[in-house]
Design a protein around this ligand. Structure first.
Ligand SMILES: *Cc1c(COP(=O)(O)O)cnc(C)c1O
Length: 332
């Protein structure tokens, strides 16, 4: 798989570590557990959007853009990492934040990722829940163009075929680590939202015929909708990188059982997962994505989905900045 023909900038500390989780393995008494530390990508607190932004910012600069526009929920990790990437390449950054989550804490719109967005000097506009945010972003791009700027619109979560290249690259990196250490990886488990992470992983792991199965844990919508979104983008990404065979629909699995009340609303299982990872492995998960992803992994282990001789890698996608916006839920 050759990604060198795509425009790209350097943002990510790679390879991110692949570590054992011996304490959680013992505690849960199931398969052998490992963690791929994409919370350690190195940009502004890290997280999975850094890998996507290497290709998105590369594309933006190749097109002569001077302003990055993106959108997300108020506590978007993607917005924070985009704001930081813009600073690094001397670009302006305009962020649209959707008030998507009901019943939030009093400081939800000022702390965590929003505080960091402001620290990076990005301009922020809030929009009501239910707004068509990608349409709003394209509208903002028109306004910026009209005043002489050169905007580049990054879709929500950086999830298009350009951003997904970052996770094709991660797939190649993980296979290399497996080869170097002799670790046979059976499953890669992670939280899936705007679909770019899983789409890139599936395209990369299937395209390389790795035998590693990806298991997405949906953080916002039911199984069938999430699988459809991932499959569509994975197929587009596979074609973009030149995988000839096409992807089997069965290579895309998203579990809808851990969403709870909806996006950005942690369940009791999410909070338990955050506490277990913190107290047994010293790992910081988050209440929106990685906590739900880990809750899914724990749930599957308890249901006996895996055998003890299987090796399961949890992809830690980052997000700990959002912990500060959820103090009430965590300390309840
Ligand atoms: C965005 C995000 C995800 C989900 O990745 P998608 O590519 O949007 O599916 C998972 N974890 C964290 C911490 C994120 O910020």
């Amino acid at each position: 798989m050759n990604l060198s023909r795509f425009s790209r900038v350097k943002l990510c500390h790679a390879p991110t570590p692949l570590e054992a989780m011996p304490n959680l393995t013992r505690l849960l008494d199931g398969p052998q557990l490992f963690v791929k530390r994409d919370d350690c990508t190195g940009l502004a607190g890290g997280g999975n959007k850094t890998r996507k932004l290497e290709f998105l910012v590369g594309d933006a600069l190749a097109q002569g853009a001077d302003t990055l526009i993106t959108q997300g929920a108020v506590q978007s990790n993607h917005a924070r990492q985009t704001a930081a990437a813009a600073c690094k390449f001397g670009m302006a950054c305009e962020i649209l934040l959707e008030r998507r989550v009901p019943g939030t804490a009093a400081d939800y719109e000022t702390t965590g990722n929003v505080l960091l967005d402001r620290l990076f000097g990005s301009s922020i506009g809030f929009r009501p829940g239910g707004t068509d945010m990608n349409a709003a972003g394209l509208e903002l791009a028109e306004e910026i163009r009209a005043r002489g700027g050169k905007p580049y619109f990054v879709p929500g979560g950086g999830s298009n075929r350009v951003g997904a290249l970052g996770y094709v690259n991660c797939a190649v990196e993980l296979i290399q680590q497996a080869n170097d250490t002799g670790l046979r990886i059976d499953y890669l488990v992670h939280g899936t939202g705007s679909a770019g992470t899983q789409a890139g992983l599936v395209a990369g792991l299937e395209g390389c015929n790795s035998g590693i199965k990806v298991y997405g844990v949906s953080v916002r919508q039911p199984k069938d909708k999430q699988e459809e979104a991932v499959y569509r983008l994975a197929s587009e990404t596979a074609e973009y990188v030149g995988i000839k065979s096409g992807l089997a629909r069965g290579s895309v699995v998203a579990d809808g059982d851990y969403v709870g009340a909806g996006y950005g609303q942690p369940t009791a299982g999410t909070i338990e997962a955050i506490e277990l990872a913190a107290r047994h492995e010293g790992l910081l998960l988050d209440p929106v994505y990685s906590g739900k992803g880990m809750a899914g992994l724990i749930g599957l282990i308890r249901q006996g989905k895996f055998t003890k001789d299987q090796n399961i890698v949890f992809l830690h996608t980052g997000g700990s900045a959002a912990l500060f916006a959820y103090q009430d839920a965590l300390l309840a």
